[in-house]
Design a protein around this ligand. Structure first.
Ligand SMILES: Cc1cc2nc3c(=O)[nH]c(=O)nc-3n(C[C@H](O)[C@H](O)[C@H](O)COP(=O)(O)OP(=O)(O)OC[C@H]3O[C@@H](n4cnc5c(N)ncnc54)[C@H](O)[C@@H]3O)c2cc1C
Length: 420
C-alpha cells in the first residue's frame, strides 16, 4: 500500500535513514525535527557493519569529504601496551573499513538524502498524545504546524527522538536499565598525539574508567567515561573534571599533555536503557529511542542505521519481514553487544589478550591465534555479532577457558586487576 503516510519524529541517523528508504519506495514521509544547533554531537566513530546501508543510500563519496578513513581499532591496556586490530583481519564479507566522522555533517547528509528522495522536513519539536488501543497521535499544535501534510493523522508514527524517547515516556513503557552508572564527558581538542595507527579509534583503560581518542579532520574527539564520584575528584564543574582528568590520568596524559580543548564539554549520564516493546498499533521505536547500551564498541550508529533499514522492510508490506521480526532481531542482537560490553568492563577481554600474548611463543598458540583474531575482529566490526560460532568462541575464550586455565595454574592473571 504505497499511499501510507509515515510521520517520523527526529531527524537523527535513524529517522533520516528510515525516511530516505521509505520515500524511495514511494511512501509519503514527513520528518518532524527540532534542529538544535548544538556545537557537538556524540557518536563519531563508525564500524564496518554500517557500510552496506551507507552504500544502499549512495552517500559514501559525500561522507569521505568530512571524515577520516578508519581501518581498525587500538586498545591501550596501559600507556605502553597496545592491542590493535585491522578490520581486514576479519577476512569477512563486509568492507574492511569504516569512517570517523563529523556527526553534524553526517546527520545533515542523511537528512538531505531523505529530502532528495522526497521526504518533507518540518522544523519543530513534535508533541504526541496517547489515544486508545495502544495508539499515539500528533498533538493539535504539531498537526497545525505541519499544515495537514498527512491529510489528518499519519498512519504510522516512528519515534526516532534518540534519548528523548518520546513514545516510551508518554506510554510509560517497560524498560531495562543497564548495570553501569557511568558519566561520559567529551570535547574536541587539537594537538592530540597519535604515535601509531592514526586512523584508528584509540581507547584507553584509565586508572579508573576509560577514554577514547577519535581522529577527525583537523581535530580529535576525546571522551572520558568514569563513575561520577571519580570525576568529582577532578573538580566541581565538568570543564575542571575533563581538563584535569586528561592531564592527570597516567594512561592518557602522554597523548594529551600538549593538547588544547577547542570546544565546550558535553556530558552524558544514565544512557544504558533498553525498551521492551518496540512497536504498537500505529507506532514504532527506532535507534536510541528503542534503546542504547554503551559507547564502548561504537555500536550506536550501526544499530540505528541498520535497524532503520529493517523497520523499512517491516513497514513495506510487500516484504515478509514483520515488526515482530524486527523486535526479536533487535533484542537478540542487543544481548550479544551486552555480552561484549560486560567482558570489556569485567576485565575478561584484556585477560584473554594477555593470556594469548603469553602463548604466542608456543606452537599451539601460533596455530590458533589467526583463527581467534579473525572471529574476534568479525565480532567487533559488527559482522559476526549474530554468528553463533563466533559469539560462542568469544564467550568460551573469555569465560570457561580462562577459569579452567586458572584452576589448572596455566595462567596467573586475576581478571579483577584488569576490570574497569
Ligand atoms: C557518550 C557516547 C558516545 C557515543 N559514541 C558513539 C560512537 O563513537 N559511535 C557510534 O556509532 N555511536 C556512538 N554513540 C551512540 C550514538 O550517538 C547514538 O546511538 C546515535 O546518535 C543514535 O541515533 P538516533 O537517530 O537514534 O538518535 P539521535 O542521534 O539522538 O537523534 C535524535 C534526533 O531527534 C531529535 N528530537 C528529539 N526529540 C524530538 C522531538 N520531540 N521533536 C522533534 N525532534 C526531536 C533530536 O534533536 C535529534 O536530532 C555514543 C553515545 C554516547 C552516549
Amino acid at each position: 500500500m504505497k499511499n501510507r503516510n509515515i510521520a517520523i519524529i527526529g531527524g537523527g541517523p535513524s529517522g533520516s535513514t528510515i525516511a530516505a528508504l521509505l520515500s524511495k519506495r514511494g511512501y509519503r514521509v514527513g520528518i518532524i525535527h527540532d534542529n538544535k544547533n548544538t556545537e557537538l554531537f556524540v557518536g563519531e566513530s563508525l564500524i564496518p557493519a554500517i557500510m552496506p546501508v551507507i552504500h544502499e543510500l549512495g552517500i559514501e563519496e559525500d561522507i569521505k569529504k568530512f571524515s577520516i578513513y578508519k581501518p581498525g581499532a587500538s586498545v591501550w591496556l596501559n600507556n605502553k601496551t597496545v592491542a590493535s586490530i585491522k578490520f581486514k583481519q576479519g577476512e569477512g564479507k563486509l568492507p574492511d573499513y569504516a569512517y570517523q566522522t563529523i556527526r553534524k555533517d553526517f546527520d545533515n547528509l542523511l537528512l538531505k538524502t531523505a529530502i532528495k528522495n522526497g521526504t518533507k522536513v518540518f522544523n519543530t519539536t513534535a508533541k504526541l498524545i496517547s489515544v486508545s488501543n495502544n495508539k499515539v497521535a500528533l498533538e493539535k499544535n504539531t498537526l497545525d504546524f505541519i499544515d495537514d501534510y498527512f491529510d489528518g493523522q499519519p498512519d504510522i508514527i516512528i519515534d526516532a527522538t534518540g534519548r528523548k524517547r518520546l513514545i516510551s515516556n508518554l506510554l510509560k513503557s517497560k524498560t531495562k536499565k543497564g548495570k553501569r552508572k557511568d558519566v561520559a564527558l567529551f570535547a574536541h581538542m587539537k594537538n592530540v598525539h597519535f604515535d601509531s595507527e592514526s586512523g584508528n579509534i584509540h581507547m584507553h583503560r584509565c586508572e579508573k574508567g576509560w577514554s577514547w581518542r577519535i581522529p577527525l579532520p583537523k581535530r580529535t574527539s576525546v571522551g572520558i567515561v568514569a563513575e561520577s564520584s571519580h570525576l568529582k575528584t577532578f573538580g566541581k564543574t565538568i570543564e575542571e573534571q575533563f581538563d584535569n582528568f586528561v592531564i592527570n590520568d597516567k594512561q592518557l596524559s602522554p597523548f594529551l599533555n600538549s593538547a588544547e580543548r577547542i570546544t565546550g564539554i558535553q556530558k552524558f549520564s544514565n544512557y544504558q536503557l533498553v525498551t521492551e516493546q518496540l512497536f504498537g498499533s500505529n507506532w514504532v521505536l527506532a535507534g536510541d529511542a528503542a534503546g542504547f547500551l554503551d559507547p564502548v564498541f561504537s555500536s550506536g550508529l550501526y544499530l540505528a542505521v541498520n535497524y532503520a533499514s529493517k523497520i523499512v522492510n517491516a513497514i513495506d508490506e510487500k516484504k515478509s519481514y514483520t515488526l515482530l521480526n524486527y523486535q526479536n532481531d533487535w533484542h537478540r542482537e542487543i544481548k550479544s553487544w551486552q555480552k561484549m560490553i560486560d567482558i570489556w568492563y569485567n576485565g575478561r577481554l584484556f585477560t584473554t589478550y594477555k593470556i594469548g600474548q603469553d602463548r604466542l611463543s608456543t606452537y599451539i598458540g601460533r596455530k590458533i591465534e589467526p583463527h581467534i583474531v579473525k572471529h574476534f575482529t568479525r565480532i567487533f566490526t559488527g559482522e559476526a555479532v549474530n554468528s553463533k560460532y563466533s559469539m560462542w568462541l568469544l564467550n568460551f575464550m573469555c569465560g570457561s577457558l580462562q577459569d579452567t586455565m586458572k584452576f589448572l595454574r596455566m595462567q596467573h592473571y586475576d581478571q579483577k586487576d584488569l576490570e574497569i
